[in-house]
Design a protein. Structure first.
Length: 680
């Protein structure tokens, strides 16, 4: 007899789908979208619809492994759980006795669940006194830009995009990375809405929109300021909304008037007419909505760019309508009780240093110093694959390859990072554990129940950190909390847990048009065009265009800008080893415009090397109109070991940081491309 178990997709995607897993005699047969959940509506992406293929993958790690060969050789022997945990705890105790800050956790969004991400892990590392990890690798520039403007990661409710008459899809390939929003956009389109895609790459989404604006990477703030210029000079403004619900208008007005369309067109590399037409459409169409995504903030000025774009809805009063405004992230709406879950009180007054995950390549190679603190001696990696996903991966590999670095990796598969571990501990997949999920694309809470028992000897992250805590002598009662108890802790009484148990999801009680009457979660309660908090830090209180660290055209040696958007059938480095998805994706490719290819004598299908001073990456060229002139698209993120030369696109990205949020600048990267002769 088949049974169906309610769950939630754990992956780093705005949609946070509700899952139904069909189980027969303890075996998961299939995973489907839950039709009762309005945001999922029974549909899943290609990746997650094959989730059973991931859980039962023949290469899945199903027992603890200990390294027996040289670092990076990938040679391991099986050991029992007790032997592995005893060995790990013994090594951590020795290091912690000198300075626990020499131990660093490294994790991100391998699961977006509140419990299996940091629920027990944060408690463990707080009690230990380990270095903090600044988890910045995806969204902090945009998140901080939004927070300094709107007061938090908040915005319009996604379901009302279906009612908009104009939708700007800015920095997002929604078909690949936000499928359920795309269905709403299509519904709006059928009802007469105009869809405009703003993206350096002619993505699959751009193909389906009425217009594609292919601006240069890192010039989004210039475009936004030029739109403001036109709104001002043509008086397409909601003066009452500006007066009642914004702060810093006169300063923003002066800044915007410095950006006529002609200036922005030159910076962005687009026709003046595209800017003026877009401004007219945005200023005169109601309701108008912006779906902003994180692609456009992975450059030096990413935080300022989000600030500039986030000002636009207040200028035209778009927030008055439930189908107007902007959505980048909805995660700030969720009342997560992080103190109760993560227990920072376990630090007991200690203030460990903070290490930015973006600069892990450099930081693993640093020696002890007064400025840096102790050399990193131990690294505990979970929910991440830093050797593949962190920038300037040549440095990252060098750091992980240190013979004196003790590395533990909790994983499903032997990834590039796991190859360099001392111990690999088998982790459960989403079908095998409890978890609770927020979303950054909608405003529902989802509960994940385990559908099957852990496969092999796999254990949830929570159980691994419970067992390590016991071996380290941490006897606080919080280390005994069960996973279900942790799920109940996440929201306390703010969300009805019985409703989650019964239905699998619960909707936050939020107004349909959250800022129709202002009430932004800023200190002033207004949309802050001018941020006093930024000014107090010595930064510009107004949004501005900040040129890239590596400005296109500034280097004769490296004349091409490169962005590295995700391949459609992968999610960061997840699913790369699922054969059916890899077969669809094919092989690592670099999209290059015909003009740039011809100038270099490059043909489609030819092996090329993409290089700069940081390193070299090899893959096949694909001469394609998806690339604009002067910009190449290195689709990622392939595992390094699956690349033609054992590297991936992050070999050439840099460890520089964004203007706000200390985030990465993956799309702020200059390269040159050259053909590779056959056999070389």
């Amino acid at each position: 007899m088949d049974s169906v178990v309610r769950g939630a997709c754990p992956h780093d995607c705005p949609d946070t789908c509700a899952l139904l897993t069909t189980v027969n005699h303890g075996v998961a047969l299939r995973v489907q979208g839950n039709p009762a959940h309005r945001h999922t509506d029974g549909a899943l992406c290609t990746k997650v619809s094959r989730y059973t293929e991931r859980s039962y993958h023949p290469e899945r790690i199903l027992q603890p492994l200990r390294r027996v060969g040289p670092k990076g050789s990938g040679r391991f022997e099986p050991v029992g759980w007790d032997e592995a945990l005893d060995g790990i705890a013994a090594r951590l105790k020795i290091i912690a006795s000198r300075d626990p800050q020499a131990i660093l956790p490294y994790s991100y969004a391998g699961t977006m669940g509140q419990v299996q991400s940091e629920g027990m892990a944060a408690r463990f590392f707080h009690r230990l006194g380990a270095s903090h990890l600044d988890r910045t690798i995806c969204a902090t520039a945009g998140g901080e830009g939004l927070t300094h403007t709107l007061g938090g990661k908040v915005g319009m409710k996604v379901e009302f995009f279906a009612e908009a008459q104009l939708i700007l899809i800015w920095g997002s390939n929604s078909i690949a990375s936000n499928l359920h929003f795309w269905r709403l956009a299509q519904q709006a389109k059928r009802n007469g809405a105009r869809l405009v895609c703003i993206d350096p790459r002619r993505s699959e989404t751009a193909d389906k929109c009425h217009e594609h604006i292919a601006l240069r990477p890192g010039t989004d703030a210039a475009l936004a300021l030029a739109l403001m210029h036109e709104l001002i000079v043509h008086d397409w403004l909601d003066h009452d909304y500006i007066e009642q619900h914004t702060l810093g208008w006169e300063g923003l007005r002066e800044r915007a008037l410095q950006w006529p369309p002609e200036r922005a067109a030159e910076v962005c590399g687009i026709p003046v007419q595209q800017i003026t037409d877009l401004a007219r459409a945005y200023g005169t169409t109601k309701p108008a909505a912006i779906r902003l995504n994180y692609g456009m903030q992975r450059v030096r000025g990413g935080g300022n760019a989000v600030r500039a774009i986030a000002c636009l809805p207040a200028l035209v009063g778009a927030w008055r309508h439930r189908a107007g405004g902007l959505l980048l992230s909805a995660s700030g709406h969720f009342p997560v009780d992080r103190a109760a879950l993560h227990r920072p009180d376990l630090l007991a007054g200690r203030t460990p240093r903070t290490i930015n995950m973006v600069t892990i390549g450099d930081d693993l190679l640093r020696e002890t110093s007064a400025a840096f603190g102790p050399k990193i001696e131990a690294l505990i990696v979970y929910n991440s694959n830093p050797v593949a996903v962190a920038p300037e991966s040549g440095q990252v590999v060098q750091g992980f390859a240190r013979e004196d670095l003790f590395t533990v990796v909790l994983e499903h598969f032997q990834t590039d990072t796991a190859d360099l571990a001392d111990y690999i501990l088998p982790a459960t997949t989403q079908l095998e554990h409890w978890d609770i999920h927020t979303s950054y694309g909608h405003t529902d809470v989802l509960l994940n129940r385990p559908a099957i028992a852990p496969v092999g000897q796999a254990r949830p992250n929570t159980e691994v950190f419970r067992q390590l805590a016991r071996r380290m002598g941490f006897d606080e009662p919080c280390f005994q909390d069960s996973d279900e108890a942790l799920c109940r802790t996440v929201f306390g009484d703010a969300v009805d847990f019985d409703q989650l148990l019964e239905h699998g999801f619960a909707t936050l009680p939020l107004p349909e048009a959250p800022f129709a009457q202002g009430g932004f979660p800023t200190a002033s309660g207004r949309c802050e065009f001018f941020s006093a908090r930024l000014a107090a830090q010595g930064l510009d209180g107004l949004p501005d265009h900040l040129p890239n660290h590596e400005v296109a055209g500034s280097s004769a040696r490296y004349p091409l800008a490169m962005i590295s958007p995700p391949a459609r059938n992968f999610l960061n480095s997840s699913f790369v080893n699922v054969k059916s998805l890899r077969d669809i994706e094919g092989e690592p490719v670099l999209e290059i415009h015909a003009d740039d290819a011809q100038a270099r004598g490059i043909a489609s299908g030819q092996m090329v090397r993409i290089f700069n001073d940081r390193g070299e990456y090899r893959c096949k060229a694909k001469v394609s109109p998806r690339a604009r002139p002067g910009v190449v698209n290195g689709l990622g993120i392939w595992w390094r070991k699956l690349g033609p030369a054992g590297t991936n696109v992050n070999q050439v990205t840099s460890q520089r940081l964004t203007d706000l949020g200390r985030g990465p600048v993956f799309y702020d990267c200059l390269v040159e491309v050259a053909g590779v002769a056959t056999g070389s």
